[in-house]
Design a protein around this ligand. Structure first.
Ligand code: RNT
Ligand code: ZN
Length: 422
């Protein structure tokens, strides 16, 4: 039997099996097709960007480790690698870009002076490939971030530089939204904080609030740009205090009607963001997720198919939150093939979402509401081994994408053909 036929037949059996639980697999696949995840460009070059071509990440609290060959060194290399990754991820997805990926034609352009023109190649490429773009100002890897403070710096000149950068980036976000006809989520994350215990926790937060107010003062059309703010608990060099904490940004987002970004790595190690989703969405309109995987700390490992990931997906589906949530990936592992890293994380995220869409929600909620908690537990455990893989592979096939067991061969041959020459 051909591989295609096997996939179709195993799907047919899986469909029947799910139907026994009242689950319509066709409906789940239609819903999955509508989900676009925002794939982070920075996995392709270890968060280096093009300001200092051939360089590495310095100054500002992010750490990439590993030296697997094949790192993209130029915008064209990065785009070619992204095309390969996109071709191995079923469905249509978005690209998440950072300001340091500006193309300035070899000229040194300060971050507070970047303009949409520096992103024209990206926009052309996205348009051609029918990909929406999300954007991020880069408040790290810069000499004016080297004392650990940007928007909350006590030096007004430094603060102003970063405020100007934030404003410039919103213009660029709006440009992407207009050109591509899909709102560009423009997310602010800053590394600001202290390595050791501060005396004054208040002043940096007051300055941060004021800087954000200045950046976001100019109202822009939400059809083109959606502003988001991202908190953090600690970072490298900011172990004791981070100005932009969770409470800070939750309050900021509620008060100023911005999106809130929850990064899975930015909380205490036993704290999960899945439990936060249904709370914060009672008070804010839309959410941005940075799906990552911390190992012991915010280590930004490639997203794997963990309980943590599945619970996030389940919360989004059960709560009916998919429409109000922008799902992005955020990790960087330089010790393995970078295209595979994109593909593995993205496919896992989609698989988790498919699993959540295939939950027998009616049965589970009836059991819960009738107080039959023993049967609820039994059902939770039983459905873990339903044939999700068969539905997933069928989905890949219908999206003209290679299924599990097939896609990795493409990575091996790309590595031989392209990476070996870099
Ligand atoms: C850092 C934040 C932030 C970055 C990217 C590169 O801890 O998670 O989102 O990872 O902007
Ligand atoms: Zn993040």
């Amino acid at each position: 039997m051909s591989a295609k036929k096997i996939t179709e037949q195993t799907y047919a059996f899986a469909k029947e099996k799910y139907a026994e639980y009242g689950v319509d697999t066709e409906k789940a696949l239609r819903q999955l097709r509508k989900i676009s995840i925002s794939i982070h460009c920075w996995q392709g070059d270890d968060v280096t960007g093009f300001e200092n071509m051939g360089g590495t990440l310095t100054d500002g609290g992010l750490q990439v480790t590993g030296n697997h060959p094949g790192k993209a060194r130029t915008p064209d290399e990065l785009r070619t690698d992204l095309e390969k990754a996109f071709s191995l991820i079923p469905g249509s997805h978005r690209l998440n870009l950072h300001a340091i990926y500006a193309e300035t034609d070899g000229k040194k352009v300060e971050r507070n002076k970047i303009v949409p023109e520096h992103f024209r190649n990206w926009a052309d490429w996205a348009k051609k490939n029918k990909i929406g773009v999300d954007f991020n100002p880069t408040f790290f890897a810069h000499k004016l971030a080297s004392d650990g403070f940007t928007l909350s710096n006590r030096d007004k000149a430094i603060r102003d530089f970063w405020i100007e950068h934030g404003i410039a980036c919103r213009e660029i976000g709006e440009y992407f939204g207009r050109r591509l006809g899909t709102a560009c989520v423009t997310n602010i994350w800053i590394p600001d904080g202290y390595k050791d215990t501060p005396y004054d926790r208040k002043a940096p937060r007051e300055r941060l609030k004021d800087s954000l107010d200045q950046i976001l003062k100019h109202k822009m059309n939400k059809k083109f740009i959606l502003d988001a703010v991202e908190s953090k608990l600690f970072g490298i060099g900011s172990e004791s205090y981070v100005a932009g904490s969770h409470e800070f940004y939750l309050g900021y987002a509620v008060k100023n009607n911005t999106l809130l970004c929850l990064d899975t790595g930015h909380f205490h190690p036993t704290e999960t963001i899945s439990d936060k989703i249904s709370s914060v969405l009672l008070f804010i309109d839309e959410l941005l997720l940075h799906v990552s995987r911390g190992v012991r700390w915010d280590s930004d490992h490639v997203v794997t198919y963990t309980d943590d990931l599945r619970t996030i997906a389940e919360e989004l589906v059960r709560g009916g939150f998919l429409e109000r949530t922008h799902i992005g990936l955020d990790y960087f592992d330089a010790s393995i093939n970078r295209i595979a890293a994109w593909v593995i994380g993205s496919r896992n995220l989609l698989k988790a979402l498919l699993g959540a869409l295939l939950e027998p929600g009616k049965i589970l909620s009836d059991l819960e509401n009738s107080g039959n908690l023993t049967a609820r537990l039994a059902m939770f455990e039983e459905i873990k081994t339903l044939p999700l893989g068969a539905v997933w592979n069928y989905y890949c096939q219908t999206q003209n994408c290679l299924s599990d067991g097939e896609w990795f061969k493409e990575i091996t041959s790309y590595e031989k053909k392209i990476f070996s020459k870099r």
